[in-house]
Design a protein around this ligand. Sequence first.
Ligand SMILES: [Zn+2]
Length: 231
Amino acid sequence: MLFIVIFFVYGLVIGSFLNVVIYRLPHGISLSYPASHCPYCQTKLKIRDLMPVLSFLLVRGRCRYCHKPIRLRYILVELGTGLFLAALYMRSGLSIISLVVALMGFTLISSAFIVYDEHPLPTKLLVFMGFFIIVKQFLQPLPLMDWLGTLVLASILFLYRKRQAKDFDTELLLLCTGLFTGFELFALLLLLSWGTSTLFHCIMYYSLLSWHQQTHRALVILSYALFALLI
Ligand SMILES: [Zn+2]
């Protein structure tokens, strides 16, 4: 139990770092400099402002200095990463494969939120995911048919998107998860994310809420992808 809590807290801290990656990487800003600051009043944040989740609760979701609201999303990324890491530890304990799955999960979280923010998927993150796929293949090889099935299904998906003249970033998230988890989970992921996106699209359309099919789909895919990594 103690270890589950420790990994949850680790996850919160890593989630806090992923928030920095999500914001800075697409803008080409260094991840370490300048130090974290409030996006509104530019005040440099102190240690007490940087504790994941806790700082948010202590200042009731507002900047301590200018009182502008802090985006709830930062907390969601931290909590999501914390839960993912705790669940991963519960599933497979401490092992090399857990480490690779965790790193893949962190890269997927960063990638999905960057696409959600309407930025192109950074090549660096794609290279990382490719690397984790290869390492996983050495540790737990997938049969050749899995690779072929995933690539054929992905090609159909890409051609379909090309015909619609849409970009491929969300498909790349699907494909990377598929090559990591295998064909069955990829096909399931495809169906579930497509079904959920369509359902949300209909609900939001009729309730006149804003729903951006392409960018919100990245978060739907991410939710299922994290579950797929934990199966
Ligand atoms: Zn501020």
